[in-house]
Ligand binder design. Structure first.
Ligand code: HEC
Length: 460
């Protein structure tokens, strides 16, 4: 029944701490203000110091109780607590010196000044615990924050690039920014409300005082999501009522992340997330990445048909006719299955054939896709003998040939391709050649590119 008394007293800590500050500052002002005549005012100064000592004692006790019942880390509070106790002891000590008149006025001033210094540091550390150590710097312009060496506060709403949002990391690029903006102020290593740290992947995995907050693949059973959709006036609702609330779209994205297994290192594009969920975060007024062309919309049942055949098929943006097709769940796709994609020839802008059973023969068909912008041929038997055919793709910007047998020699057929910007060729013979830069496009091989040395005279 009386269990609540101690936590309640703990809650008075932020109020109580102002009493010693007031009393002690007042007492020390009198010590300084009345110089040699201070003895006249000695009884008042004594009273101020005595009340300061008593209230510092109560503040320390309530602070300790608050630390015990509200989930602050020991490392966070230890110096604050230690200095709070020191303030208490020094106040009583000074009071005693005055009472016994053992100190000279000069010594009293030194002791008084020390007391004020210590109470200032104590208060500052306490303020950092409640308001965060970026309390003052947070409102400064970002340049000034950076100049002062602080971590620039990331309170920007989540934005995703409309053109290749597929390449954004699901967790670090989309989920963490949402948590940073809505949850981090209370759930960080310093201010572990509910003993929960939402500022890192490890923290999320660790969970809070009630245990795990993620139930793999099940959003409703995961506190990280379930608490967000509780009615706002329920006690367990997060973030607490009257605090900034995440948007409906942000909550949906968190849900999708949990349902896809809450991965740490998966790109949005690899997670087969529905584009409608990411679209609300697209940056406005961006230069379009996919070609701006008039093509007919593929009828919904044709898209459904593609899906039933095993493709992942999705428009790149709501109301756009342009399609993103992936064979992520269709590894058996081979050259002879091309006819299935024939009807979507004009609409396909993104085609992921990673890990399928295709061969070089398909390059001829791929060359007939007029709007193809991103092509992924990773982990296939492609060797690149007909790679030059892709010169026909007048919109191709990104080509992925990771983990294939394409050689540098074959790749050179694409040199001076009019639109090709970047080729990804990790784990391929191309990568074995270091990172040659003789091409019109940027070649990403994943190998360290060392500056050429005079001894680099070996000709391959
Ligand atoms: C204003 C401070 C504040 C903000 C902001 C906040 N929380 Fe909390 N959170 C708390 C407090 C206090 C608790 C502990 C009391 C409780 O369990 O309800 C808590 C507890 C939790 C718990 C339960 C942990 C456990 O195991 O008991 C989860 C999950 C949670 N918060 C998620 C979130 C998420 C997600 C956000 C952001 C969308 C968020 N919180 C934002 C203050 C906050």
């Amino acid at each position: 029944m009386i269990d609540f008394i101690l936590p309640l007293f703990g809650r008075f800590h932020p109020i109580l701490v102002h009493l010693p500050i007031g009393f002690l500052v007042f007492g020390v002002i009198l010590i300084f203000g009345f110089g040699k005549k201070y003895s006249l005012y000695s009884p008042i100064i004594q009273l101020a110091l005595l009340l300061g000592g008593i209230s510092a004692f109560l503040a320390s006790i309530s602070g300790f109780l608050q630390y015990q019942s509200e989930g602050y880390g020991w490392d966070t509070v230890k110096f604050h607590l230690f200095l709070g106790i020191l303030t208490t002891l020094l106040s009583f000590g000074l009071w005693y010196h005055l009472k016994k008149a053992v100190s000279t006025p000069a010594k009293l001033k030194i002791k008084g000044a020390t007391l004020i210094l210590i109470i200032t540091i104590t208060g500052h550390l306490g303020g950092n615990i409640t308001h965060g150590d970026d309390y003052f710097t947070e409102v400064l312009p970002p340049e000034l924050q950076a100049f002062l060496g602080g971590e620039v506060s990331t309170n920007e709403p989540l934005e995703l690039p409309a053109d290749n949002w597929e390449e954004v990391e699901f967790y670090s690029g989309a989920i963490q920014p949402i948590l940073d903006q809505n949850c981090k102020s209370c759930h960080n290593p310093k201010k572990l409300k509910g003993e929960l740290d939402l500022s890192s992947f490890e923290g999320i995995q660790k969970g809070g005082e009630d245990g795990q907050i993620l139930e793999t693949g099940n959003a409703e059973e995961s506190a990280l999501f379930a608490r967000l959709i509780l009615p706002e006036d329920e006690d367990d609702h997060m973030p607490p009522k009257d605090k900034r609330q995440p948007s409906k779209e942000e909550i949906e994205l968190i849900k999708a992340w949990i349902e896809s297994g809450s991965p740490e290192n998966t790109k949005l594009g690899e997670s087969t997330i529905n584009v409608n969920l990411v679209e609300p975060f697209f940056k406005k007024n961006e230069i379009p990445f996919y070609p701006v062309v008039e093509v007919a919309k593929l009828p919904q049942d044709s898209i459904s048909k593609l899906r039933s055949e095993g493709f992942f098929a999705e428009v790149v943006k709501k109301d756009s006719p342009l399609l993103k097709i992936s064979c992520i769940n269709f590894p058996a796709f081979s050259d002879s299955d091309w006819h299935m994609l024939q009807s979507a020839k004009d609409q396909i802008v993104y085609l992921d054939l990673t890990g399928t059973a295709i061969s070089d023969t398909i390059l001829e068909q791929l060359a007939t896709l007029p709007n193809l912008t991103v092509l992924k041929l990773n982990q296939t038997a492609i060797e690149g003998s007909d790679l030059g055919k892709l010169v026909e793709n007048k919109n191709l910007k990104l080509l992925y040939i990771n983990d294939t047998q394409v050689s540098l020699d074959k790749l050179s057929a694409l040199n001076n391709h009019p639109t090709l910007e970047k080729v990804f060729a990790f784990k391929s013979p191309v990568a074995d050649n270091g990172s040659p830069s003789q091409f019109s496009f940027y070649l990403e091989t994943g190998s360290l590119s060392l500056p050429p040395l005079p001894t680099d005279t070996i000709v391959y």
